[in-house]
Design a protein around this ligand. Sequence first.
Ligand code: ATP
Ligand code: MG
Length: 381
Amino acid sequence: MTEGESAGRVFPYWKHAVVWLVRYGEIALKSPGVRDMWERQLMTNIREGQPDGCKVSRDRGRIWVTGAVDRLRLGKVFGIVSVSPCRTCSLEDITAELIRYMGDLLPGTGSFALRVRRTGNHTLSSQEYARELGEAVRDAFPEISVDLTNPGISIHVEIRDDRCYLYHEIFPGPGGLPLGVEGTLVALLSGGIDSAVAIWMMMKRGCRIVPVFIDMPPFLGDSALKRVQAVLGILSEYQPGITLHTIEDTYVARARESLRASGDEKYVCLLCKRRMYRIAEDLASEIHAGGIVTGESMGQVASQTLDNLKVLDRVSVLPIYRPLIGFDKTEIITIARKIGTFEHSIMPVSSCCCAVPNRPATSADPLVIEALEERLANNTG
Ligand code: ATP
Ligand code: MG
């Protein structure tokens, strides 16, 4: 087999000295057809946002990226479990290349471990290769010792047919499934901590997101919109090109006056959320999205009790996805910090607090809510 040729595929990029090894997780468990499709989607997503000249190829459970590579961007591509920059050489040259590699890396003292993996037909087993290569390294660097349990440095050698890949760094990716393999969802994005994290979690499971922010004059306004845009900037690192829909809606302002007059003010938050669901559902139907994402978490506020979530669910024919439903606020904040939205989400904004009643309903009767909405529709058009 000639250089750069394996299993009938040609990899001209192997001539480059450095290649990035991309590891993926769940994709490998899929049936061959699905796996092929998802690998292709992952490769497309990897290429997106990388500099010109970046090339992506695949071979039996591995994806390779060569040319100009933006490592930080690789760390934000869903589906990637981890990446490693590798040096590559032919199997024939492995001993010399390994000694060169270790010479560049090591200070001359300390300990090391060699981890060898193999794919293809070879005369030696992985262990035999490890032993043989380890001895060559020890001869070349007599002050360095082998320590397999707690080594100063672990050098990985991956032998694939007649090519070898050497690496010692493993950078984590976000995991999950390639963005887009599960289709599209509309997400209600307030810009607060929860909705940003909820969106990220659904992206992680392969859903492309169309976010919608509902501006409710006079309660929200410029500062809330700025916060949403800042959060969107972070989310666009995970879904390049993500586009925000902003919808101005005065329903709550009008409803509030009417509810006040009839002594039903305690229902205003529920009516507000139901209105948001309807707006999201209209958009979802228009763009053929498969459902709606919200940042609701069980019991977090009055509109998120078990009874009230039932009242909200009745609005939409499409499924409502609430990936944070079982999370504590502290857990949500930990994720928000990790993905980078937290600092933006805590920007001070004008909020709807002034519209929230002192004692919002925590267990509303859906029939009462529906009757109220009908009355409002007749009163306010
Ligand atoms: P977040 O939940 O994002 O921190 P929040 O706490 O201000 O924002 P909640 O009252 O908890 O909002 O609302 C529950 C969910 O309703 C949010 O997670 C979000 O999905 C949606 N939502 C709230 N306000 C808006 C808005 N102005 N535009 C779009 N969606 C919104
Ligand atoms: Mg919230």
